[in-house]
Write a protein that binds this ligand. Structure first.
Ligand code: 13P
Length: 240
């Protein structure tokens, strides 16, 4: 499985370093087989020798240049970062990123060989229109995206489930992930109010290959608990 933590605009450099040490130590000690990915704010980028994958929450589709407030490939390369989130709903809806810009970023970082965690998810008004409208909305978010890119990971995060403590029903998550599975063979993460209390139920669903977690992963101990839950589910699936 892939268990990813998106820190968003939380955590300082010092807090992030402490977090890495705790989580990396836990993974080594427990022999966790899941991949742990952490997306800290760019101010916390640092070199780190451990068993974690560190990724960027965002970067512009450029090596460097005059793009005030943005970072580019050069700033990621400095820290050996080869993983990036693209299309997160907060960037789509709060920062106003268009599908056109998202495609540009996707293609640029694909060409550079990055692992791309590509986020999709519908707002509540689309959810309320029913399953067909929902799948059409997600299809539109796949426009221009190579769904068989070998380093692609999809994160399905319903906008209304992010940071609200509300999740879709287990049946709905399974239904949507099973529909997504028809479109891509790449790993499918669920995101939106995943926490220690519901991780077991959500991660055990068919076609859920991991989770992308915001607030529920800000505490290193909670993230480690979710890694353990994922490990148990993986072992059960493999009949260990
Ligand atoms: P929460 O886990 O806080 O709902 O956030 C989910 C998310 O947006 C992860 O990218």
């Amino acid at each position: 499985m892939i268990i990813a933590a998106n820190f968003k605009t939380n955590m300082t450099r010092a807090q992030t370093a402490e977090y890495y040490t705790k989580v990396s130590g836990f993974i080594t000690e427990k022999g966790i087989s899941s991949e742990a990915m952490i997306f800290p704010p760019a101010t916390a980028f640092n070199t780190f020798e451990g068993v974690l994958t560190v990724g960027a929450q965002n970067a512009f589709a450029v090596e460097n240049g005059a793009y005030t407030g943005e970072i580019g490939l050069e700033q990621l390369d400095e820290f050996g970062i080869k993983t990036i989130l693209v299309g997160h709903s907060e960037r789509r809806h709060i920062l106003g990123e268009s599908q056109e810009l998202i495609i540009e970023k996707f293609n640029y970082y694909k060409e550079k060989g990055f692992t791309i965690v590509y986020c999709i998810g519908e707002p509540i008004e689309v959810r309320e229109e029913g399953n067909e409208a929902l799948m059409n909305y997600l299809d539109d978010q796949f426009e221009g995206i190579d769904l068989e890119y070998e380093k692609l990971i999809i994160a399905y995060e319903p906008v209304w489930a992010i940071g609200t403590g509300v999740t879709p029903s287990e049946d709905d998550v399974e239904l949507i992930h099973t529909a997504l599975r028809q479109k891509t063979s790449r790993p499918l993460l669920y995101g939106g109010s995943v926490k220690t209390a519901n991780a077991k139920e959500l991660l055990a669903l068919n076609n859920v290959d991991g989770a992308l977690i915001g607030s529920g992963a800000l505490n290193a101990e909670d993230f480690c608990t979710i890694l353990s839950i994922a490990e148990n589910i993986t072992n059960n699936r493999e009949g260990k």
